[in-house]
Write a new protein. Structure first.
Length: 634
């Protein structure tokens, strides 16, 4: 301790540049076990061992999901963290319980996210002081100070781009500033964008030169690196980045050009530059991806908005159930807070919203929270509400075993199908749309969807040839010869179902949905079946909780996906869920694996999202103009 204080005093007396090193460890809720195993063995453990070897004066943030996973699978990693704390060299940095983007969730949940992180950290690591706060995805909002300061947080790490966006200069970002919300002050550290791109990729002399560039500034300036632990051992092999880190720590310990200080050491010595207020925002690339607002992801990706609005819907149920039972439903809230984990609500360099298993875990947590609330409320039935906040009403049919959410204004499609049975909870409509991402513009074989992927989207094809061409391209578009039935109107709400109507030229269609236990029945009534060769096409995507062992069975036999069949029954299955489908008529059946392309940290990759089934039959072949499709889910 005395040696550290002497070093701090030397830094000030000799006016040396200061380097602050903040490392962020995080993986999302629902991450695959094999990915986590690779990260712990190839990145997190060797990184911690190296920092302990050199007693590096760093600041470390471990996210709540990572701590929870380590508790179950890597208790030795928690022991490493505790041991480092006992040695006294790192400063621990706090954060949000599930690494939720705070501006994206209700204010009460923001408070709970911070409280629960503090509680989790004390329970798993120890009662170490948490004075610095790591903002999830570094999204700043001016309400942050009043949320986190109540828990004793004194400073936060934000990106220098926010300071520059209001006209301030590079040198201004090398000092501590103060902001406030509702009279609650908070100090601001600024993460340096340029050094974030240099370390650990650039030659060490280049990094040292950049740090010492601030020596001409007055007072006590700093350069702060704040970024992901995965840069050491995951983005590039440990034998490269680990060697770089060891050399950098050796150079930093021996050099007389600059000092490494922890944030709290700098706060004790540094005098804030003054008062400032910052616009909403994040780091440079995130600002590019989001268009400056985190909420823009909700309008770009229907799947992101659906999860967010499902969260709001379930949250309201839990609040109502608590009011009715006069008790705190802690388990339900834990599921909600875990579902707020940020990674799946946005897309940029990482897969994000495109990652199926992360979306599946969000729905599993939300359905579990909903089940807890509904055991008290018992409010099963059908209601009309603007679920997705787009200005038009949706129909929510909710039962003990299934939920079916219908959007009349978007083809009368079923955009969410929740299976609620214990241990198998999932949204079977969790299929990702293929979006026209700019970075895919030069991929010649990529076809983006012109509509959202949802169950029971209906089309009228001129003939079977038009339908076969559409199938060969994975669907997702319309042509002159294949028209989407885009707009149904609500005709009747029933206790466990809904009736919709539409008219396409001289063809009237009535579509009914009905829930009973674990069965969903969809019935089509066509009012004019005299059309000679036209074909009714119905699309049914299937996206279970797990995509392992994804398969199609026709008449009890497993068939190769993509194989054409004529049948009135088939089964969609995986290791986690199954849907047995029966039809009142024999139909033409096509199938394909639905795959998206999206950018990841390792380049553009394909992601399996589920199976898509296309059912087609001539309208003139419909007996009495009726077609009944029954889905039994398990």
């Amino acid at each position: 301790m005395a040696a550290r204080e002497e070093n701090e005093n030397t830094c000030i007396l000799e006016r040396k540049p200061i380097f602050i090193f903040v490392i962020h460890f995080h993986q999302p809720v629902g991450q695959l076990g094999e990915v986590l195993e690779r990260l712990f063995e190839n990145s997190y453990k060797p990184l911690m061992n190296t920092l302990m070897k050199y007693r590096a004066p760093v600041a470390l943030h471990f996210s709540g999901p990572l701590l929870l996973y380590a508790k179950e699978h890597y208790p030795d990693f928690l022991e490493l963290i505790r041991k480092s704390g006992d040695l006294g060299f790192p400063e621990f940095v706090g954060g949000a319980y599930s690494e939720a983007i705070l501006p994206l969730i209700p204010i009460e949940d923001r408070v709970e996210q911070v409280r629960k992180y503090n509680e989790l950290f004390r329970k798993l690591i120890g009662d170490y002081p948490l004075k610095g706060f790591w903002l999830p995805e570094r999204f700043w909002d001016q309400t942050i100070p009043s949320v986190i300061s109540r828990f004793g947080y004194e400073y936060v790490f934000v990106d220098d781009q926010l300071l520059y966006s209001k006209g301030m200069k590079w040198g201004d970002s090398k000092y501590l500033w103060v902001t406030e919300d509702s009279g609650k002050p908070l100090k601001l550290f600024f993460i340096d964008t340029e050094i974030r791109y240099k370390l650990p990729w650039s030659p060490i002399p280049e990094v040292v030169e950049y740090i010492t560039r601030i020596s001409g500034l007055e007072g006590c300036p700093y350069v702060l690196w704040g970024s992901d632990a995965e840069k050491f051992g995951e983005w590039r092999p440990w034998d490269v980045t680990g060697k770089w880190l060891e050399e950098f720590l050796q150079v930093s310990a021996k050099n007389d050009k600059y000092c490494i200080l922890r944030p709290r050491d700098y706060v004790r010595l540094g005098v804030p530059r003054g008062l400032t207020y910052l616009p909403h925002g994040s780091y440079d690339k995130m600002m590019e991806w989001s268009g400056g607002l985190v909420w823009n992801f909700l309008t770009k990706y229907s799947e992101s908005n659906n999860m967010h609005k499902k969260l709001i819907h379930v949250r309201n149920k839990v609040l109502e159930a608590e009011a009715r039972s006069n008790s705190r439903l802690e388990d339900a809230w834990d599921h909600i807070h875990l579902a707020e984990c940020n990674d799946v609500y946005w897309h940029g360099l990482f897969g994000g919203t495109y990652i199926h298993h992360l979306r599946a875990e969000v729905y599993r947590n939300l359905i579990r929270a909903e089940n807890i609330a509904d055991r008290i409320l018992g409010g099963y039935g059908t209601k009309k509400t603007d679920f997705d906040f787009d200005g038009t009403d949706e129909v929510l049919i909710e039962g003990r075993s299934l939920n079916a959410y219908v959007k009349p204004s978007d083809g009368g499609t079923l955009f969410e199908l929740d299976y609620r049975e214990r241990g198998k909870e999932c949204n079977l409509a969790n299929t990702m749309t293929r979006y026209p991402e700019t970075y895919l513009s030069d991929v010649p074989y990529y076809t983006h969807d012109t509509y959202r992927r949802a169950l029971f989207r209906d089309f009228i094809a001129e003939d079977m040839a038009s339908l076969r061409e559409w199938v060969s391209r994975g669907g997702g578009y319309t042509t002159e010869n294949l028209v989407s039935i885009s707009d149904y109107v609500l005709s009747e709400l029933r206790n466990s179902g809904v009736v919709l109507r539409t008219r396409l030229k001289d063809l009237e269609i009535v579509k009914e949905y009905y829930l009973s236990d674990s069965t969903l029945t969809t019935t089509y009534h066509l009012g004019n079946t005299s059309r000679r060769g036209e074909v009714l096409l119905i699309e049914i995507p299937f996206s279970p909780y797990s995509l392992n062992e994804l398969r199609l069975e026709v008449s009890g036999e497993v068939v190769e996906v993509g194989q054409y069949a004529e049948t009135n029954e088939f089964t969609l299955a995986s290791e986690s869920n199954a849907i047995k489908v029966r039809l009142s008529e024999v139909v033409n059946l096509w199938s394909w694996k639905h795959v998206t392309l999206s950018r990841t940290e390792k380049g553009v990759k394909e992601s399996l999202q589920g199976l898509v089934i296309a059912l087609g039959l001539k309208i003139s072949d419909l007996a009495g103009g009726n077609l009944k499709i029954t889905l039994h889910i398990s």
